[in-house]
Ligand binder design. Structure first.
Ligand SMILES: *Cc1c(COP(=O)(O)O)cnc(C)c1O
Length: 390
């Protein structure tokens, strides 16, 4: 098909998630590709949504976010991460973190500005930088001593006179690394030295397994140059509600809001009121979810290892990267894309080939990404099918 997509977006095609989900459906595969739970979110939050609808909270929301929600976010972030944001002027509610990413780029990046990006990266980062006319500069995350990290010299050389921002994601999708205070300090020092902004995607902030989540905004001198992005969907297993937010000092928030007002204007009103209830009262649920994901992580990692993969056990997120050399060798396929297709169509398990999240595909072509935000039954069925590879 000859598409008529504009030049700025043509390189990105359809997302890998749509492609793998379709392949998974066509072949009735167990879908460990896209990162959404196959179980429902907490009952008290769903009840709060129904109550908000019945209470008539059904017209346009306050564009920057309903007051109870921005107040709940501000209180939670102050208590947990030690950073203070004024709810009315420094927090903007967006249609999932997915909207917060382009709103931040369009609102703060000028054409020709460079944005430093760690690869593998969340796929919408690159497209959002392109929409703003920005230029990506890449830094690799590579496996070292059982986890993924970056080389500090490579990071330093990714900065130039044109650097406007560095985009950080911790806990990191897809590698599962929770960046340490020391790693974040290295990034922060460069950002300060080069007078760059930091855009920090922290949607998995609650999904850590012992490692401490540190927001780079909490490091000395960083609040004033950082935009923190987060989301309600991953934390409360309600990804379809699409509630996210951007937090930044008022001067930066002004840019984000000037884009947000023309992208979506406002986010679903009743769902924001329910999200406020979740954030205020959700502590016990989040603790339960962490325990559940820890058990799923360990079970899936052990089984993948038994089958012949080499899983790199993640410190956070709900994804495992597994090195697949032994398995793909046995099957006579090469690279993650060919293996992901073969597993979906012939074994009946869908996973994501992470090289699609890279400028340099070779960084990730030796791995596959499995999502473990699934019921034990789904994970057991996936393992039962993958055992044919053993
Ligand atoms: C899921 C995800 C998002 C998008 O969050 P939504 O709130 O669902 O839009 C953003 N960044 C990363 C790294 C993600 O994994």
């Amino acid at each position: 098909m000859q598409t008529q997509t504009a030049d700025r977006l043509r390189p990105f095609g359809t997302t890998i998630f749509a492609e793998m989900t379709k392949l998974a459906l066509d072949h009735e595969a167990v879908n460990l590709s896209q990162g959404f739970p196959d179980f429902d979110g907490p009952g008290f939050v769903r009840e709060a949504a129904k109550a908000a609808v019945d209470a008539g909270r059904n017209q346009y929301a306050r564009p920057a976010g309903e007051v109870p929600l921005v107040e709940a976010i501000a209180a939670d972030v102050r208590a947990r991460l030690g950073v203070g944001y004024k709810p009315l002027t420094e927090i903007t509610v967006t249609s999932g973190c997915t909207e917060a990413i382009p709103a931040t780029m369009l609102g703060l990046i000028n054409p020709g500005d460079e944005v430093v990006l760690f690869e593998p990266y969340y796929d919408s980062y690159r497209a959002s930088i392109a929409m703003a006319g920005g230029v990506p500069r890449f830094v690799a995350m590579r496996e070292q001593d059982g986890r993924f990290t970056f080389d500090r010299d490579e990071l330093r050389s990714a900065f130039s006179e044109r650097t406007r921002a560095v985009l950080v994601n911790t806990p990191h999708n897809p590698t599962g690394s929770v960046l340490t205070r020391d790693e974040l300090t290295a990034i922060a020092d460069l950002a300060k030295a080069k007078d760059a902004l930091v855009i920090s995607d922290e949607v998995y902030e609650h999904l850590t397994f012992g490692a401490e989540h540190v927001s780079i905004a909490s490091l000395p001198g960083m609040r004033e140059r950082t935009v923190v992005l987060s989301s309600f969907g991953k934390t409360f297993s309600l990804t379809g509600w699409k509630i996210g937010w951007a937090m930044a000092p008022a001067e930066l928030t002004a840019g984000i809001r000037s884009a947000h007002q023309f992208l979506t204007f406002a986010v679903s009103t009743p769902m924001q009121h329910a999200a406020a209830v979740a954030i205020r009262e959700g502590g016990a649920y989040v603790a339960e979810l962490q325990a559940r994901y820890l058990a799923s992580r360990d079970a899936l990692a052990a089984e993948l290892a038994r089958i012949g993969f080499r899983p790199i056990v993640p410190e956070g997120t709900y994804f495992i990267l597994a090195e697949h050399g032994a398995v793909s060798g046995r099957l006579g396929v090469e690279g993650d894309i060919e293996l992901a297709k073969k597993l979906t169509t012939e074994i009946g398990v869908a996973a994501i080939p992470p090289s699609v999240f890279c400028d340099r595909a070779e960084l990730m072509s030796g791995y596959l990404r499995f999502a473990f935000c699934k019921t034990p039954e789904t994970l057991d069925e996936a393992i039962r099918r993958l055992e044919r590879l053993a």
